[in-house]
Ligand binder design. Structure first.
Ligand SMILES: NC(=O)c1ccc[n+]([C@@H]2O[C@H](COP(=O)([O-])OP(=O)(O)OC[C@H]3O[C@@H](n4cnc5c(N)ncnc54)[C@H](OP(=O)(O)O)[C@@H]3O)[C@@H](O)[C@H]2O)c1
Length: 232
């Protein structure tokens, strides 16, 4: 009896330790589709989520916070980023530079950038940056560790990779191997497969994929969905 009690205590300690071993505070800037996909997933992995919203009192922001649970909260964008180890920029791609500038000092933090810089000109979508949003964010926050991730698939596939009919990969571009490793753990915790595709300069090509999709979808050609899958 005594040994069973001891075993149960050890099991409880092991499970508790595993769930809190890498518990980070994650600020998710934005409360839209991508925020609503990633926030609850990261919270379920034991991380504390703080949403950053232009209007934290808005009903939708409060509803997302309640749905996320695990001690999640919502505040302003700047306050969310200030208290976080990891900042996710789940915001309109065209605005990511200005929004990042408004977040204060991001030194030492991991920044996850899932944005696509889409600009519509003469009925066509264009890449809105000469370089990429990933590189723009890295230049604005040179002492942060930017990882481009989650921009090459729709939010529904992020939370339910089964709908893609097999494993779904998430390419990670960034200059810090350590930051990519941390993001890879978040990715794997969602049942997705991380693939390191090199430095942040590769973000440009990852961002271009959404432009292909939109120009086909709204240009009268075949509509398609896409995601990457690791080959053997
Ligand atoms: N939707 C997808 O399936 C998908 C997949 C991969 C990547 N992405 C990319 O991920 C990013 C977010 O996409 P999303 O679909 O989540 O967009 P969304 O649903 O429009 O949400 C964007 C959020 O950003 C905040 N926001 C909006 N306008 C803003 C402004 N002027 N200044 C500051 N914050 C503003 C809003 O939050 P508050 O109102 O709370 O401030 C809003 O909920 C985009 O760059 C998109 O290209 C989208």
């Amino acid at each position: 009896m005594q040994s069973r009690t001891l075993k149960n205590i050890l099991l409880f300690v092991a499970v508790y330790w595993a769930s809190t071993a890498w518990a980070e505070t994650v600020a998710i800037i934005g409360t839209g589709d991508v925020a609503g996909a990633l926030g609850p997933e990261f919270a379920a992995q034991g991380h504390t989520i703080i949403y950053g919203s232009r209007n934290p009192d808005r009903e939708e922001a409060q509803a997302l916070t309640n749905k996320t649970g695990h001690g999640a909260s919502v505040t302003t964008q700047g306050a969310a980023a200030k208290g976080a180890d990891i900042v996710v920029l789940a915001v309109p791609g065209i605005l990511v530079g200005d929004i990042t500038k408004g977040l204060g000092d991001l030194s030492g933090k991991i920044i996850i950038d899932p944005t696509n810089p889409l600009q519509r000109k003469q009925a066509k979508f264009h890449h809105a940056a000469d370089t990429s949003n990933g590189e723009i964010v890295q230049a604005i926050a040179p002492d942060a560790h930017v990882v481009k991730a989650f921009n090459t698939l729709g939010w529904k596939t992020m939370i339910d990779p089964e709908i893609a009919g097999g494993p779904v990969s998430i390419p990670l571009a960034g200059n810090s191997l350590e930051a990519k490793q941390s993001v890879a753990e978040l990715v794997a915790g969602m049942g997705l497969e991380p693939i390191d595709v090199g430095g942040i300069e590769h973000a440009h090509w990852l961002e271009g994929m959404a432009i292909l999709l939109l120009n086909n979808r709204f240009g009268g050609r075949d509509s398609f969905d896409f995601h990457l899958r690791k080959s053997e």
